[in-house]
Every structure is written in structure tokens, then in C-alpha cells.
Design a protein around this ligand. Sequence first.
Ligand code: BES
Ligand code: MN
Ligand code: ZN
Length: 526
Amino acid sequence: MQTKFITKVFPEGQNRLTAQLLLPVDCVILPLPHTPSDTQTRLPKQLEKLDQLLDGAIDSAISGKDFTGKVGETYLLSQQKSWKLKGIHAKRVLLVGLGEHTKVSDKTTENKLLTEYSKAARAALRVVMGTQSSSILWLLEQDLELKKESLHSLVIRQTIQLVEEATYRFGLRFKQFKTKPMEAPISLKSITLATTQKMEKQLKEFVRIGVAVAQGMSLSKDLGNLPPNYCTPSYLAKTAQSVGKEHALKVQVLERKEMEQLGMGAFLAVTQGSDHPPKFIIMHHLGGASKEAPIVIVGKGITFDTGGISLKPGEGMDEMKYDMCGAASVLGTMQAIAQMKLKKNVIGVIPTCENMPSGKATRPGDIVVTMSGQTVEILNTDAEGRLILCDALTYVERFRPKAVIDIATLTGACVIALGHVHTGLFSKNEHLVKALQHAGQATLDTVWHMPMDDAYQDQLKSNFADFANIGGRPAGSITAACYLSRFTHAYDWAHLDIAGTAWKSGAAKGATGRPVPLLTEYLMKE
Ligand code: BES
Ligand code: MN
Ligand code: ZN
């Protein structure tokens, strides 16, 4: 992200808004609450002064119903001669509707406020980007209950994430994949956040965290969007190593030989049709006490999923380059927590390979021995994510983790169940479920708790091995989670199926950076 976030103290009191408008920026973003249409309400006190300065522009926009303050509504005022006379240096003032005031009293109202704020901020950014404004003063003080510290932090994080979303362009970081350079680089150079003497230190801290999360998302998106002939298992391993170097993480990469010695029969069965060597990446962030048990996050890293011998249909198969988005979210999250110097022990684990058909590929019907010793009949080579994850889930037992969360673009069935709104959350651990639900609500990177009763386990029965790797079409995302659960008895565990939320299809095709915000918030709070 190239936009710089600057905090600036303005004196409290009557002349605060006036002082803010004197700042020579291209645009001031001024979020305002809804004004009911039936009442002849006068402008709020703090706006009266501003309205005078702007020659009554705000009052006339409101009374003429050009601006009513509905969520996401925008109204752009531009520099007039008279503004100059009064010494106003801002070139534009953008009014943005926040909707009716939400009093935050619990998680539900907090979520409502954040959702509405994010809609408003997104709309504001669209207008601002259209005007080619490069310096912004973002006034967050109206109506947002920012005195609540936790909410203030979430609003700032949301703002920075939306700026990242609005300015993200694929290829800027790594390589230009179009021969003609992509559209002119992003215009948003700086965003100033107004604050008070008392709050500045805290705001700076919130910005630091917000920028770390946004940059983690951006890394995660870049990796997802990279074509599969570039983003290979080796490329992911190299990226992990360079992230490690930059942010002081210990990174280990296991090669095929070591996986063989460990007995990762299921993982090796998936990679065996590919000419690219598999990698098993381990990233250690040791920010906590040396005796503190780590939280482990495990990301599915299939750099391309053809389905293997159970070949997928051709249409839309290119999107299976996104089958490493779990891995990308682990990399993005590890970078974010390392950059913010989180005082916790967190280990990121990424089993990564390609799923290809070939003369050497695994066949439907093959039986393999997993690292856990349990045998699996591979009835469908396209159910490969669970095969690489199960060995990774056994491997991480050695860390005696406090909790393990795996993140995977695991099943098309999860997309059918939840669409592109919520990530599927599977866990029988009440504490983990609550913690992840809260983290999702706080960051608007939401999850939905799915059932995982033992009754579903029956669908995995095999006549020839301990169990099969598929459970038929009914409840496909649940039986996938049930399969994984058989490898997680040594610790508290949750599984996130991000098949519907990790990327967008169609005209807006691209990775979303989810669930980096969810994971970082969870890790910060846990
Ligand atoms: N990577 C896919 C899941 C996927 C498919 C995610 C489409 C997003 C969009 C996974 O490896 C897969 O192929 N799963 C199969 C499982 C089935 C064979 C039991 C699926 O969902 O069809
Ligand atoms: Mn597959
Ligand atoms: Zn897959």
C-alpha cells in the first residue's frame, strides 16, 4: 500500500473544524449523520460555523435534499472564490452520509455501526478516487462514538483496509503482466487523520496495526492473483523466506525427502503427478514468553488444482490458481503480526504442491498411509486439500499448540451453502467458535458456524481402508471437515472453509485478502 497515513492534532473547541479546513489538502472527507426530512432541523452546532465558512453550502444541500445523510450518500463541494478569501485551503469538501446515529451498546450494534461506516467510507473513496485527489483529510469525529477505544481501533482499521481495497492494483509489487503498463498509479498519496493531543498516541498505534493488516491483505491478494506458472510451491517458499527475513520470523522449508521420512503419505500422493517439487513451510513468530504454547495456523497451498485424474471440467478452471488462498492468508497474517510485533507465539504452517494428472498421478482407488498411521482410500483425487492438510495437522502436534486453525479453499459445497458472504467455520470447541465469531464481526470478515455432528462421519466409510477421502454430495463441506477432524484429537481445533470468500469471480475477478483481518483480530485478542 502506497498511501501514507498521517495523524495530526487539531486544537479542541469551537474553531476545530475551521482549523481543519485551513489544511491545504485536495479533499476533506466529512462524514455526517442522517438529517430527518420531515423536521425543519437546524444544523448541528459544530457544523454551523463550517456552514458559514462554506457560504451556506451545507445548509442548502441539506434543505434542498441534495444531501440527506443516508448511508453511503455523497455530496461534493468544490473550492469557490469566496473560500479562498476566507483562507480555506482545502480544494474540496466531500460530505458523506453515515445514516441514523447508532448507539453502540453491544456486539450487534457495534457490527451495525461498522457495516454502515464501511459502506459510507467505500462510497467516499469512490468519489475521491474519481476526483484524482492525492491528499485527503479524513474527519472521523462526527457521530462515530470513537471515545470507545476498541471501536476507535476497529474504525481506523476498517478505514485503512478500505483504502487498500480502493487503491490495490495487481502487479504493482511483483511484475507487470501486461505489456502496456497498467493504468496510472494510484493517486491517493496521503491521508491525514485528525485527532486531539490526548488521543494522538493511541491513534498512531491503531494506524500502525491497521497498516500491518492492510499490507498483509495486500500480500495475500498478490499471491492469490499471481498466475499458477509463477506462483509455484517453490515461489511460496521463497516468499515465506523473504517475509521472514524482512520481519524477523524463523522460516523452515521441508523438502520431499523429509516429508517421506515423516511418513506424509497423503500429502505425497497429491503432489506425485506434478513436476514442481512440493514444499512444507513452517514460519515461527515467537513474540510471547518462551514457555507459552503457540497458536498454529495451517493454510492449504494447492498452487493449481486440476482435480488430478478426477479431472475438473475446463470451464473456469483458471480460478483453481486461487486454491492456495489458505496459504496466502497464512503468509499475510504472519507478516501482519510480525510487522505489528504481536506479543504472542504463533506458528504458520503451509503444505504446498500442485494437483496434476499424469502417468505418475494418484488414481481413484489408491490407498495411502497418512502421517498419523491411519489409512485412506482416495476415491476422488479432486478431494486433495484434505489430503495435504491431514498430514500437516498431524505434523503440528509437535508444537503442543494452544489451538490450531486451518484455512482452506476446501469445498465447492461450502460456496453452495454460504455463498460469498461468510466463511464456513467448523469446530466443536465452544471457545474457539465464539472467539472466531467475534473476530469476524469486529473486522466484517465474518464466519458462519456450521454443524459437524458425528452422524456425518458415517459418510466417510470405506470397505478397504480406515476411511475414504470423500463422503458423497450431501453436506460436502461438513464431511470434508469431518475428515480433517480425525487428525486433530491432540489439540483444540477449528477449520475455516474460505472457498466462497477468498476470491471474486466475473468482471471483478481477484483475491479478497480474506480472512487476514479475521485471523489477525483473533490472534490479537486470544
Ligand atoms: N479446491 C476445490 C474446492 C473448490 C471448488 C473451491 C470450487 C472453490 C470453488 C477442492 O479441492 C475440490 O475440488 N473439492 C471437491 C471435493 C469433492 C471431490 C468431494 C469439490 O468441492 O467438488
Ligand atoms: Mn480439488
Ligand atoms: Zn482444491
